[in-house]
Design a protein around this ligand. Structure first.
Ligand code: FAD
Length: 177
């Protein structure tokens, strides 16, 4: 594990988790460039450069499109910022006398009317050592915080599997918990 000051994460709102991570989190340091090849990843922001085995890009597609990828991403990925644009939302609160949906074993949540499913594979499938997270890439609850959290867990799990495979290929002992 690299020392904390070598870590780069997204600009985030102030959150208890951010405070627990302390110096591992770098705010106001947007990623500008991600170079990737068979040996590793280099992530560059105005204030620091990080080398890693894998990276999770957890921004929505539009800001991800402002990052320079070297080499460039395949066409399906590079077109995403134009295709998956954020929409306007209207929030409506409805109140019912009884939570009738619970008897039907339903959550009471609704699904977004438009889904980025046609681009589903590009929103989730890693490109080499680059993994994708963020609510747009979620298979369930996309557009919501729940989807964002699930997508982060999925990307982290994918990386654990990929790293375990790489260790196995290299003949190193398995370090999975
Ligand atoms: C008005 C409004 C109300 C909402 N209400 C609810 C609600 O009640 N419940 C609910 O579940 N969801 C709600 N949502 C949706 C919810 O906010 C999103 O689903 C959720 O924030 C998505 O999380 P995310 O991590 O995918 O993306 P984001 O929250 O957009 O996080 C992406 C992060 O990436 C950072 N970033 C961008 N570019 C770079 C870069 N180059 N380098 C580093 N970092 C970068 C951004 O600064 C940002 O912090 C609401 C959304 C809006 C707009």
């Amino acid at each position: 594990m690299p020392p904390p000051d070598r870590h780069l994460t997204a600009r985030t709102a102030r959150h208890p988790a951010t405070e627990q991570l302390g110096a591992w989190v770098h705010l106001s340091s947007p990623v500008q460039r991600i170079a990737h090849d068979a040996t590793g990843i280099e992530v560059v922001s105005p204030s620091l450069t990080v080398r890693a085995q894998r990276v999770i890009v957890a921004t929505p597609p539009v800001p991800a499109g402002r990052i320079t990828f070297d080499p460039p991403l395949p066409a399906l990925y590079s077109h995403l910022p134009q295709r998956v644009v954020p929409g306007a939302i209207i929030r409506v609160h409805t109140v019912y006398p009884q939570p009738f949906w619970r008897e039907q074993h339903l959550s009471g949540q609704t699904l977004a009317p438009r889904s980025p499913v046609p681009y589903g594979s590009a929103l989730r499938e890693p490109v080499g050592r680059i993994h994708w997270a963020g609510t747009e890439s979620a298979t369930l609850m996309h557009g919501l915080m729940e989807g964002a959290v699930r997508s982060g867990e999925r990307a982290a799990q994918d990386i654990l599997v990929a790293l375990a495979r790489a260790r196995q290929t290299a003949g190193l002992p398995d370090r999975s918990p």
